[in-house]
Write a protein of this length. Sequence first.
Length: 438
Amino acid sequence: MVKRKIHQNGTESIHDFSSQEVKEFRELLLKWYSENKRDLPWRRQISNPDVNQRAYAVWVSEVMLQQTQVATVISYYNKWMQKWPTLQDLSKATLEEVNEAWSGLGYYSRGRRLHEGAQKVVSEMKGEMPKTADELLKLLPGVGKYTAGAIASIAYGQATGIVDGNVIRVLCRMRKMGGDSTSQPVQEKLWQHANSLVDPDKAGDFNQGMMELGATVCTPKTPTCNTCPVRTLCLANKEVEFNKQEKTKELTKDKSKPSISDIECCIDSCPLCIQSSEVWDSRTIPERKKKAAREEQTKVCIVCKKNKSEALYCIVQRPAKGLLAGLWEFPSLKIDGDCSEELSPQQLLKDSCGLHVDTLKHTYVGEVVHLFSHIHQTYVIDSITVEEEDVKDHPSTKPLRWVTEEELHESAVSTAMKKVFKAFTDKMVSTLTISNVA
């Protein structure tokens, strides 16, 4: 193992880029991006002469893309821009309309903050978007350092770096930074690199190229290193090739000097380096410590009210703050694991939304698991069918509505509730099939 105090590129650390490497990196990445970029709807707005419209399009797309795959975002983005093509249009929308448009996309506070931001730009800034990353970060609700940098560089051409999951992966592998990517030392180094590497003349293309590279080539589990435009600068790739040579030499008992040198940081306990002593490949970089999601159980009751025309379903609105704020759901209560069977549907309805039901037909539907970013949620589902005259609505602190199945799908309900309703409809179909066979 070769340790160097001075890296071969002339820098003091293997985790840094030399000025020549910066120049080469920019040229290679920009050329690759120009030839390989995907045709995505928000990128078509970059040529729009209206700078505010450019910024709005980038803002919407970047907020939607947080924690969500491109393939999922495309249809949501297109529908959003058709419904609210400008900041002014979005500022006039109601929060209920925004939640409905965001339904199924997850992380619902994103849509709410986007709506709040549009209203602020229109009411307090005369419809003019902030023009620098610092101003965007300071003035717009819900806009963090990454989103501010993305808008400023892509819409305005400001030479400022960005750091998202894709960029983290690219930079950590390029400079063999295997430490916890959420730690302060690694984050500081990542932002330092992002700001020093960005091309001053083509900042938007460069930053989009970095994200594109991480999304399509330098992927988490199956990176295609042989197609990477900057692989000659990648220390993780060099480490992989070195390990391959060492393994081959070991098998063939070859004692010749390797053609590729192993490069190791000379600093003991370097916070940027991977701490594991195991043999690794590029997929092990960067390291990220995951927090275990906490387990929760929620009892859900689907109330189906029969009337003369079609079935109606009871939904209630969640609080304005917290998880899934302002969305609609079936009457639900969080429960302890041991209390699931003790809580009857009648008691759940009374406690959760003040709904009293005299007579009912009860069916146990089953369980549905939904994973939030920090919660492993299990929904225990019951359904009851009642006649219209058997339902007594009592005053409740929660808004309550009776909706048709079509109206339910059009309402601002979460993906979790859609899964709950699918479990219910599947159960009803299964029960009907068994009944017909019998």
